[in-house]
Design a binder for this molecule. Sequence first.
Ligand SMILES: C[S@@+](CC[C@H](N)C(=O)[O-])C[C@H]1O[C@@H](n2cnc3c(N)ncnc32)[C@H](O)[C@@H]1O
Length: 333
Amino acid sequence: MEIYMYSEPQTSMHTCRCTDGCAPPACPFSLNRKESCPLNTGIPASLPYNQRRRSGSCQDPNPRCLDSWPLCSVYLSSFQEMIKKTSMYSHPLIHHLMDPEAHKEIRENYDDKQVVTEIMARCFTPTLITTTSWEGFHFVGHEIRITEAMDCYGAVVWPSALVLCYFLETNAKQYNMIDKNVIEIGAGTGLVSIVASLLGAHVTATDLPELLGNLQYNISRNTKMKSKHLPQVKELSWGVALDKNFPRSSNNFDYILAADVVYAHPFLEELLVTFDHLCKETTIIIWVMKFRLEKENKFVDRFKELFDLEEISSFPSLDIKLYKAMKKNRRSA
Ligand SMILES: C[S@@+](CC[C@H](N)C(=O)[O-])C[C@H]1O[C@@H](n2cnc3c(N)ncnc32)[C@H](O)[C@@H]1O
């Protein structure tokens, strides 16, 4: 199991991502990693986090998982058993867990956990040290190698991108990409565009100018001789020169893809304008939103003023939702 620490864009919070899909936010006790989980099998709170790994006996049936988070987030039923045996009933969380209404939520969280585990298992890191660093992903029967950099948000693969890739792969019949015109905005390292291309789409991957070199490299490396149509890489700074670079008359996109494009940046209004500009009456937007701060989360309400929004999946343990959207008041769909 690998654990990655990374900062959330524009916030001081740190989140951990683990290839087993262990996601600390699901467990109220693991939010502060200095605390020990009540389910924990004897790992003292005083033990520094990095020494907790590989200590204690993890009950997770997945033998790769040696961390204490899965104890917290997966074993809610054992958690309930445990709290029955203790005198912690007065804690509000306990009341929540004992409430039958809350069981549905727990079940949903458990299902979420299973899918998230499956999604995160698509990542792998090279077993050999190589001169160029890359991270690997398995989608659409291909091993996809992504070169990342640590200097900007678009230079790493974010969990939302994995959620979107998994969705495209597992819903390839309903959302058929073969020969479809697809544009991705805020493509970052290009993983989503690569997957759409491997699924047969004509893809245009777009991002800010400084991202395009790495984006082009990843896209070429992973689609050459593999994709039916060679993807294009193009600059698209939200709200900038849209009429010139993407004239409405020639925009003919079947799908607009977007993963984790809403966070604390100053271009949310321009992002909305860009969605609107690229979207025709028949265009389907597939957008994966990571919920972080209240201010940016309000973007969803602004978005709903222009688009009919449908929630397709929710992954509470990642604070991620996957939406499908189409232009409001369209004549035909
Ligand atoms: C959090 S990253 C997500 C990257 C990728 N979609 C993923 O999920 O891995 C946000 C992306 O939006 C891009 N971005 C941010 N502001 C932008 C702007 N004003 N115009 C175009 N792209 C922008 C960033 O360069 C970055 O690639």
